[in-house]
Structures are given as C-alpha cells and as structure tokens.
Design a protein around this ligand. Structure first.
Ligand code: HEC
Length: 209
C-alpha cells in the first residue's frame, strides 16, 4: 500500500543575515584612538627622554671629545653585563667555583695580571685568597675596546672596598701588545706568572703546589 506523502516541517526558520552595524560610539572611539596615536607619534620626542629605554640620553651617546674613553662608558653596566654572572654583584664570587674580586690581590695588585686574565681568559688552577680554583674564565679581549677594559678594570679595582690605582686605555693597549698573538687562555696562574716575569708582583699571591 503506497505511503502518503510526508509533510516536512523545517524545524527552524531559514537563517538570514542580520544587520548589526558597529555602534557609532565604537567607531568614534576607534577614530579618536587612531587620531591620538598618530598625534602622539608625531608630537612625542621619545629619543629625548632618558627615562625610557636604557636611561642613556643623546648627550651620553654622542661621541665625546675625549674619544672612546669618554663619558659614554658605564663601567658598572659593563661589569653587570660581562662579569657579574660569575663573580656576583657583591664581587664575592661563588665559594669554590668563581673566585672573589673583592679583596683579591690579583685584582688589587699590579694591573697587568688581571688585565691579562680579562684579555685572554684562564683555565687551570689559580689560588685566590687561600682557595684554589680550577675553573674556566672566558676571554674578553675581543669583546671590549681598550677604553672599556680600562674602565672596567678601574671599576673592579675600586669597588667593594678595593682601593687601587685606576687603569687607563694606554695600559690596556700595552697589555694587549705584550701578549699579542696569544690565542689560548692562560693555563693557570703558573703560566701567567711566568709570563709576567719573575720580577713581577709583590702582590701576586702564593701559588699552592
Ligand atoms: C663564566 C664565568 C666568568 C665570567 C663571566 C668572568 N669570570 Fe673571571 N674568573 C672566572 C673563573 C672560573 C676564574 C678562575 C679561573 C681558573 O680557575 O683558572 C676567574 C678569575 C678571574 C680573576 C683572577 C682571580 C680573582 O678572582 O681575582 C679576575 C681578576 C677575573 N676573573 C676578572 C673578571 C672580570 C673583570 C670579568 C668580566 C669582564 C670576569 N672575570 C668574567 C669566571 C668568570
């Protein structure tokens, strides 16, 4: 027996696009923001505000009359960037791992020793204030120019109670020339002391055998 044709009812009304205009208030707000932003970019002088960014203003960044040794070098920033991870903000290092710079006669004595260590790095053993370290200090000679190393050296020699004479760029240049051609880190204090010569340091500590 044939079935009667089925009547189908759509369950929902057919969809139709709704007209939902963006509220005028929103358009107005967005426009106002755009206008403000463009105005800000055009009118603001962010490069004149040392409070933004790394605090250096154009005056500090401009090449100074004093050349590379000018005021633009910030030794404490260099220390934070290059040395602090190991030798710590306190200059105390980490016991048994990274030797202290505070009070260390390697730092406060004749500048040639710490200069050579910073220029070329050091592996092998070094005695610092009675503790023997056997770590690896990276070389920084290629990373900084003479004026920067001089400022950094002067900084570590005058921080944390250290009170030694400043080091100038000419001293760094002389140290570079003295060890020019060297590509390896110093093999411990022994090699460095031998390089610096027997007459070298009244200041350099005893090396433990
Ligand atoms: C990756 C860690 C590390 C960094 C970064 C580092 N040092 Fe060292 N430093 C050492 C270690 C380790 C020694 C000991 C080397 C050894 O045992 O042969 C040392 C030794 C020294 C010494 C001689 C010993 C002493 O404590 O007086 C001086 C001076 C020194 N570093 C200065 C610096 C300066 C300045 C910087 C930044 C430019 C710096 N170091 C960055 C790890 C580091």
């Amino acid at each position: 027996m044939p079935q009667p044709p089925q009547t189908r009812h759509s369950e929902h009304a057919d969809p139709h696009e709704q007209y939902n205009p963006v509220p005028r208030v929103m358009i107005g707000l967005v426009l106002a923001l755009v206008v403000w932003a463009i105005g800000y970019i055009v009118l603001a002088r962010p490069d004149g505000m040392a409070g933004l960014g790394d605090q250096r203003d154009p005056v500090a960044l401009a090449p100074s009359e004093a050349g590379a040794a000018g005021a633009a070098i910030n030794a404490s920033q260099l220390f934070v960037a290059k040395c602090q991870a190991c030798h710590q903000a306190s200059g105390q290092g980490l016991p048994g791992v990274f030797p202290p710079l505070a009070g260390a006669s390697w730092v406060t004595g004749m500048p040639e020793a710490p200069l050579q260590i910073v220029l070329h790095g050091m592996n092998g053993t070094i005695d610092v204030d009675g503790t023997t370290y056997n770590g690896a200090m990276p070389a920084f000679g290629e990373q900084m120019n003479d004026a920067e190393i001089a400022a950094l050296m002067t900084y570590i020699r005058s921080q944390w109670g250290n009170d030694s004479a400043p080091v100038d760029a000419a001293g760094v240049q002389a140290a570079r020339e003295a060890s020019a051609g060297r590509t390896e880190p110093w093999n411990g204090a022994a090699e460095l002391l031998a390089f610096l010569g027997a007459g070298a340091p009244p200041v350099v500590p005893v090396i433990k055998k």
